[in-house]
Design a protein around this ligand. Structure first.
Ligand code: FES
Length: 482
């Protein structure tokens, strides 16, 4: 029986892990949940589909209970409509059935049965590309540890640092909106229209929780028969920002330096926090636009719930990243908003607002993929300076970003497969870049992390965009995505 290796038993400390696989021959993706329950000296493992066979709800935060009619069986209870699925057989008392996969342990290595038994050269065509523990813990901002610092930020930025305001950054102090939006798209639009980054982060957490726990299980966002949309589900062209935010043209923020001084590192972290704030909006924006844009494509494509689960996860990650960076800025005596920022990343969003293939290509597979190239260099600068606190946060961010590029690859590939007639994903991506991007994709490329995300060199090598620049510098890959 073919098996694919997941990890060593010691690497699976959490009770459940979300496992993403990709076929090496077709780039098809598949996600499962691997459960482990501590037993007498060894763990019992189970593996089941990551989404509910009823309407596709994400099951990663579902309750696991004892089956009422079999004390030795465990059932996963879907948070959306409470259907139960046996972890042993996948069967449900409703008559539906989920797929379960055999798990084996050999020499302290955990293997799972792949979704299909296709093989190449005696190996499964399925490759594990991501294993993550299911815990969406946010980086909690330590309540204000006020301002004993001030040297770098206050001196460097002429008293701009408002330490009291900055030190209160704590998303848990923001109450949920009242009333709460009724659809996921309405949540997305509410968050897009929220200027304050603290509230944006807090609402992203509430929306992610509501989607996963079944409180919000309607996607929304479709056009009415007359072609209009529910006003609560219409995303803004550009999300607002606080009046206090000083916006300059891309490249005019001032020199950030090479990270050798604290002032330089603050400037680098501030720049990254700006990108993360836009990245929160970009995740919600694609959620808001995808149903309508996909339905207009040849083949009238319907995006599955899993697409929304993936981008809700991306939005929550980006909110976590903003929080991590804000926390670090506070520790260093600065805060987000203390320095000028640019809005260059959003210009690419405006230019791809009506084309889902172009949006996934430019935002997620050009700008975000550029982040994979740049992040290790940035991390090295902070490590060289001995700033281990920042290195920890930047490493978390980098590992998450690989999964975000992978989400872009997954859903661009899906759209190409569903298109009528089907499209070749690599050619489609290159064509989108050619028409929607200015200039050559700049290396050096982080080929290893790009490959993990699904991008072989055939996707990006020698690629030149020939779009006419609409605003100086804004559509270039010099703006790594969040
Ligand atoms: S029971 Fe899971 S989506 Fe309905």
């Amino acid at each position: 029986m073919l098996r694919v290796r997941v990890a060593r038993t010691s690497e699976l400390a959490a009770a459940r892990h979300h496992v993403t696989m990709r076929r090496s021959d077709t780039d098809e993706y598949h996600s499962v949940l691997l459960y482990s329950f501590a037993g007498d000296g060894k763990a019992d493992y189970y593996c089941m589909e990551a989404t509910c066979p009823h309407l596709g709800a994400p099951l990663e935060n579902a309750h696991v209970e004892q089956a009422p009619d079999d004390v030795e069986d465990l059932v996963v209870v879907c948070p959306w409509h409470q259907y139960d699925f046996s972890l042993s057989t996948g069967e449900s008392s409703t008559g539906l059935k989920s797929c379960v996969y055999a798990v084996t342990v050999h020499d302290d290595e955990v293997f799972i049965e792949p979704p299909t038994l296709d093989e190449k050269d005696g190996e499964s065509v399925w490759q594990i590309i991501n294993v993550r523990p299911v815990s969406e813990a946010f980086a909690d901002i330590k309540a204000a540890e006020p301002a004993t610092h001030s040297h770098a930020a206050a001196d460097a930025h002429s008293g701009r640092v408002d330490v009291d305001a900055a030190a209160s950054f704590d998303p848990s102090t923001i109450p949920p909106p009242d009333p709460k939006p009724r659809t996921l798209i309405a949540w997305a639009v509410l968050i897009l229209n929220t200027a304050d980054p603290l509230t944006k982060v807090a609402y992203t957490r509430y929306a992610g929780d509501a989607f996963r726990n079944g409180e919000c299980r309607v996607i929304g966002g479709s056009e009415r028969a007359d072609g209009t949309m529910n006003p609560a589900e219409v995303p803004p062209e550009t999300p607002p920002r606080l009046d206090s935010e000083v916006c300059v043209a891309p490249g005019a923020e001032g020199k950030r330096g090479r990270g050798g001084t604290e002032r330089s590192r603050i400037a680098l972290l501030h720049s990254l926090a700006n990108i993360e704030q836009w990245a929160i909006d970009l995740a919600w924006d694609i959620i808001a636009r995808a149903p309508r844009l996909a339905a207009r494509m040849p083949g009238k494509i319907r995006m599955p719930v899993h697409f929304f689960s993936d981008f809700v996860k991306v939005a929550c990650d980006e909110a976590k990243h903003f929080t991590l960076l804000q926390r670090r800025l506070l520790e260093m005596g600065s805060y987000f908003g203390a320095l000028p920022v640019h809005h260059g990343l959003w210009q690419s969003a405006i230019e791809t607002a009506d084309d889902l293939l172009a949006r996934l290509s430019i935002i997620h597979l050009v700008h975000e993929a550029r982040g994979l190239d740049v992040n290790p260099v940035t991390i090295k600068k902070f490590a060289t300076a001995g700033d281990t606190r920042s290195v920890e946060s930047l490493t978390v961010i980098h590992l998450d970003e690989i999964t975000h590029v992978s989400a872009g690859h997954r859903w661009l590939t899906y759209l190409c497969q569903q298109h009528d007639p089907p499209l070749d994903p690599v050619n489609t991506f290159r064509s989108c870049v050619h028409h929607n991007f200015v200039g050559r994709l700049k290396g050096p490329f982080n080929a290893q992390d790009r490959a993990t995300a699904g991008l072989s060199p055939a996707w990006y090598e020698g690629l030149v965009g020939e779009k006419e620049s609409t605003r100086r510098g804004v559509a270039r890959a010099e703006v790594p995505g969040g």
